[in-house]
Write a protein that binds this ligand. Sequence first.
Ligand SMILES: [Zn+2]
Length: 198
Amino acid sequence: MADDTGVEALIDLMARLPGLGPRSARRAVLVLLKKRAQLMAPLAQAMAEVALSAKDCQICGNIGTAEVCAICADPRRATGEICVVEDVADLWAMERGQAFKGRYHVLGGTLSALDAVGPEELRIPRLIARVADEAAREVILALNATVDGQTTAHYIADVLEPLGVQITSLAQGVPIGGELDYLDDGTIGAALKARRKF
Ligand SMILES: [Zn+2]
């Protein structure tokens, strides 16, 4: 216990962050308290500013502080390729890979009968409009290899088909540095199906 209601409240809030339990939250708050000027004050100010200005990109659904995100605003990324992802975290992961030069479309989830998530709850109507507006050549489905992810991918492929755009999906298979013996059966099966000429 920190024995102080203000500090305890801060620890409770920090403990709600992913990857931080009560113990790590306490340690983090202690570091902040010891580095009030260098760390805590600038962090508090940055959080207050971003909390006020954060918004979804009007075009792709990425999160940032501008109406249109840096990727959508960059004319060099108008390649005619739109990469569809479930979540902003997936977009950021793709960007870390630095391999994709086109633009994104964040659905904001997957279709789920169980949770009553239909196309209208996701950004699917907006995607259909974008494919036409931007004369997209290719839509890359980079959805998670889960049942809901794959159901959503098939649904999107069906609704985009009449638009005549090429629809592709990420390959599934052996990860870089992966050893066959450690892979699950589903991954090995997917890798075998996606095999190509050596
Ligand atoms: Zn954007």
